[in-house]
Design a protein around this ligand. Structure first.
Ligand code: ADP
Ligand code: MG
Length: 438
């Protein structure tokens, strides 16, 4: 199996573009495969994280093509072997059955105003399963830490709790559904029911997945009741508030409202910086604070993407054997951040400005020359010039076919007025921030 390295690399060469191949695949110094384990030697921890996030699935897929067997991936970082970098629940289940992701614990979860409540609720439940908040329903947008907290409860119970590990069930709603389908197919429904109903703690990730699936909802409903009646702890996560999940049975909704509903909001700037610092600390690299602020203020609210940006910068720094600096961060992240800027459209600006001044968007595009309409129109034109790459003519067209002289005039006018009118300046700046952040 010595040439497996070459074989896998050859396969990957067709799957990823050249730049990525040179930066991330070539430096993998060796790839070995035996007993269902792929061992990759990579230069450092950031490099490993980047490969895990971006290429691990492809690597496993190419090994699967060659061996017809599903393999797990382990990494040797520098000279040291590390434990497998475990990511999704599905991957985790295959390689370490019954265990929670060891990285997702309360100690590594950064608490800020946006997630304080959810964090406190999860801690309370971990200390007193079944006794305090039951069911606990955690909801929040993508990448804000729901899966992390759910794992943290599991890890806590395993290491502190009086709970029998065999009586903790941790699954995604998708896996729950698949298991149900298989049990129906092989006439094993009794086993399915008994297995879930003897649990002391039931943790289900992404419950919104069962929306619209009648049979799964019915089965979940009965499982829920059986556990709830015996004061067993139930914790579910969702990307939406119960009332906002479409095609979700009313009786399930109301069950979730019996307990505690805790939301996770997008983190504010300070929390984002703290998350980056924590991650850098765990990875044992020094992260200058200007870089932390740069990443935190330019990357979206999704924490997964935020972490990804640090991994990217860190990986590049260690590949080139330099430390992380502002210059490097800008070089690595520059094009991604600029891409984001380009997404701002004239239409979005028109909408936002019209909303602020309470006028119709059609008035923005009209020729009406009353002040209450002209000023907002000029502000929108000014912002379009500043925040988009559209030409003067292109902007004019979006405003109902104005010529480029009108566009220039509007831009100048607002620039001049902002110098003397503090209130207008503040309004324009506020709008600019608003538009950039949506
Ligand atoms: P969700 O399940 O809500 O989509 P995850 O729990 O998968 O999000 O979180 C995405 C990534 O962000 C994970 O790597 C997680 O560890 C990290 N993360 C999210 N919130 C925090 C936080 N407050 N502190 C530390 N890491 C966090
Ligand atoms: Mg999740």
């Amino acid at each position: 199996m010595d040439d497996i390295s070459a074989q896998i690399k050859a396969r990957l060469a067709h799957m990823v573009d050249q730049d990525n191949f040179r930066t991330w695949i070539e430096p993998i110094s060796s790839i070995t495969y035996s007993d269902g384990t792929i061992m990759l030697s990579v230069p450092n921890a950031f490099f490993r994280d980047w490969v895990v996030q971006n290429f691990e699935v492809l690597i496993r897929a190419s090994v699967f093509e060659m061996t017809q067997a599903d393999a797990r991936v382990q990494y040797v970082v520098g000279k040291h072997e590390t434990r497998p970098a475990i990511k999704s629940a599905a991957v985790r289940k295959q390689i370490l059955p019954g265990l929670f992701n060891p990285r997702y614990v309360f100690e590594t979860f950064v608490v800020g105003a946006s997630n304080q409540f959810a964090n406190a609720a999860c801690l309370a439940v971990s200390h007193n399963p079944g006794k305090v908040y039951n069911p606990l329903f955690i909801y929040g947008g993508v990448g804000l830490g729901k899966t992390h907290l759910l794992n943290a409860i599991g890890n806590f119970l395993l290491s502190h709790g009086p709970v029998d590990p065999n009586r903790i069930s941790f699954t995604t709603a998708e896996e729950f559904t698949n298991e149900l389908i298989n049990s129906l197919r092989y006439e094993k429904m009794d086993d399915f029911r008994n297995r879930y109903r003897k649990m002391d703690v039931l943790l289900i990730d992404d419950i919104q997945f069962i929306a619209g699936k009648e049979r799964t909802q019915a089965e979940f409903f009965h499982t829920f009741n059986a556990l709830y009646d015996n004061t067993k702890q139930i914790v579910v996560t969702s990307d939406k508030f119960p009332r906002d999940i479409v095609n979700f049975e009313e009786r399930l909704r109301s069950r979730f409202e019996w307990g505690l509903i805790a939301d996770i909001q997008p983190p504010d700037l300070e929390t984002k910086v703290a998350i980056l610092n924590k991650k850098a600390e765990l990875e044992n690299v020094s992260l200058p604070q200007d870089v932390a602020f740069y990443l935190a203020s330019n990357v979206e609210h999704n924490v997964r993407v935020l972490e990804g940006s640090l991994v990217r910068v860190g990986a590049f720094a260690s590949l080139h054997n330099v430390s992380i600096t502002m210059e490097l961060a800008k070089e690595v992240m520059g094009h991604i951040i600029k891409d984001k800027k380009r997404e701002i459209t004239v239409d979005a600006i028109i909408k936002e400005v019209a909303l602020h001044f309470a006028i119709k968007t059609s008035d923005m595009k009209s020729d009406r020359r009353i002040k209450s309409i002209m000023l907002p129109r000029q502000v929108a034109i000014y912002l379009s010039r500043k925040l988009t790459d559209n030409s003067l003519v292109g902007i004019g067209e979006k405003f109902g076919g104005k010529d480029h002289a009108t566009v220039i005039h509007s831009v100048k006018k607002i620039e001049e007025e902002m110098k003397v009118k503090k209130e207008l300046k503040e309004t324009v700046e506020k709008l600019e921030r608003k538009i950039k952040s949506t």
